[in-house]
Ligand binder design. Structure first.
Ligand SMILES: Cc1ncc(COP(=O)(O)O)c(C=O)c1O
Length: 398
């Protein structure tokens, strides 16, 4: 269970939000905000809000820690692979030594997994670090990034912090609208981010649509396909972008050990891309950006197919269980290729989120994603899902 709701970010994305953001930022520290210290873009940002530590929340509610359901951050309800935990524990005895700054064992294993060379792999402190590095490394003055919304907020956050411009084509029917995104691509476009499947909606871009998009946009644009939830996807037309489009010279595919591998706390993610792009990221990144226990755990997790299959089954069966139970409560969900579900409540969700929290169930309030009448629920174990359904039923009744 993580204390840190990884995507619980409030990003002021329009200039009208700026004053509010400065006030919010200022309330977080003892001094007073001085926007002249930073760029206007940074002055308009609010700091990342990690959510309250779950142990503290459990204590406040008078619950045993095991009885608090943390279903807000799309972590793996099965936990990590026992083999990964043992490997990380073993690596701790080398804690006095710097880790392998070139990730040789992990990159070799990832290369074999994806049918590329180790030179095609960049490893980061979570895939978040690679998102940030891509922006810092490749998005120059006057260049733009194109993405969608509601989608993973870190794309826009990284661009705003770098003082660059993000162009947004809104989702259409909860899905990425690649035709609308292609229309925003021009000679200034350097980067495109596509979350596939998307967080927070769980929807996906089919192979045929991604192929048409890649054909349509100029070859020099770097297209980042963020596949943080790929291992959960089972739709026949869901594209594995490296397998299906790996020949594209400017394609970057992001994966993470935080989701299906259950290692969110160790912060390991990776990107697959042309070695020339990896080279530039290597120039910009910190040395030793991923610690030794994290690298060891990731390597062991990759070898644990049994844990992977069990995690896939848990998500698939849990989605069916939740979808059915929610239908009995008169609620519908957005069909999801991930380990979470967006539930349409048909009313303002925040009071329901508060009632769920009071009963020990943490789910994602979607106001920050401009979806205020929905909640996002991570799929739990069978027993956890039953609890969620029961408590949600009561929360809806007030
Ligand atoms: C779409 C997407 N990409 C990337 C990430 C970042 O994951 P991490 O930095 O833990 O690898 C997340 C986490 O929630 C996500 O939902």
């Amino acid at each position: 269970m993580s204390s840190d709701v990884r995507d619980d970010l409030t990003l002021p994305v329009t200039s009208t939000d700026a004053a509010q953001a400065i006030t919010a930022a200022a309330s977080g520290f003892a001094g007073s905000a001085d926007p002249t210290l930073v760029t206007p873009e940074i002055a308009a940002m609010a700091p990342y809000s990690p959510g309250r530590p779950w142990r503290q929340v459990a204590r406040e509610l008078g619950l045993a820690e095991a009885d608090l359901l943390q279903l807000a951050a799309n972590e793996n309800a099965l936990g990590p692979s026992a083999r990964a935990v043992a490997a990380a524990a073993n690596a701790l005895s080398d804690a006095h030594l710097y880790p392998d700054g070139g990730f040789s064992a992990l990159r070799a294993a990832l290369a074999a997994r994806h049918g590329v060379t180790p030179q095609h792999i960049a490893v980061g402190n979570g895939s978040n670090e690679i998102i940030e590095l891509l922006v810092r490394t490749f998005l120059g003055p006057g260049q733009t990034m194109v993405t969608s919304w509601p989608s993973f907020v870190v794309y826009r956050l990284a661009v705003q912090a770098a003082g660059r411009e993000a162009l947004i084509a809104p989702l259409r029917n909860d899905r990425y609208d690649l035709a609308a995104m292609a229309a925003l691509v021009d000679s200034r476009t350097q980067l495109v981010f596509i979350a596939n499947p998307n967080n927070p909606t769980g929807t996906y871009v089919p192979r045929r649509e991604l192929a048409a998009f890649l054909d349509r946009i100029p070859r020099q644009v770097i297209v980042v396909v963020d596949e943080a939830y790929a291992e959960f996807a089972d739709a026949p037309d869901y594209p594995d972008a490296i397998r299906d489009f790996g020949h594209h010279p400017r394609l970057v595919v992001l994966r993470t050990f935080s989701k299906i591998y259950g290692l969110a706390g160790l912060r390991v993610g990776y990107g697959i891309m042309d070695p020339a792009l990896v080279h530039y990221l290597d120039c910009v990144r910190q040395p030793y950006n991923v610690n030794g226990p994290g690298q060891a755990a990731a390597l062991a997790a990759l070898e644990d197919e049994t844990h992977l299959r069990a995690s896939q089954r848990l998500a698939r069966e849990g989605k069916a269980q939740l979808t059915e139970g929610l239908a009995r409560l008169g609620l519908s969900v957005v069909p999801s290729q991930t380990n979470f579900l967006v539930v349409r409540l048909g009313r303002e969700a925040s009071p329901v989120v508060d009632r769920l929290r009071a009963a020990g169930v943490l789910v994602r309030d979607m106001r920050g994603y401009d979806m205020p009448d929905t909640i996002r629920v991570t799929v739990g174990t069978r027993a956890q899902n039953m609890t969620v359904l029961e408590i949600l039923g009561r929360a809806l009744d007030g």
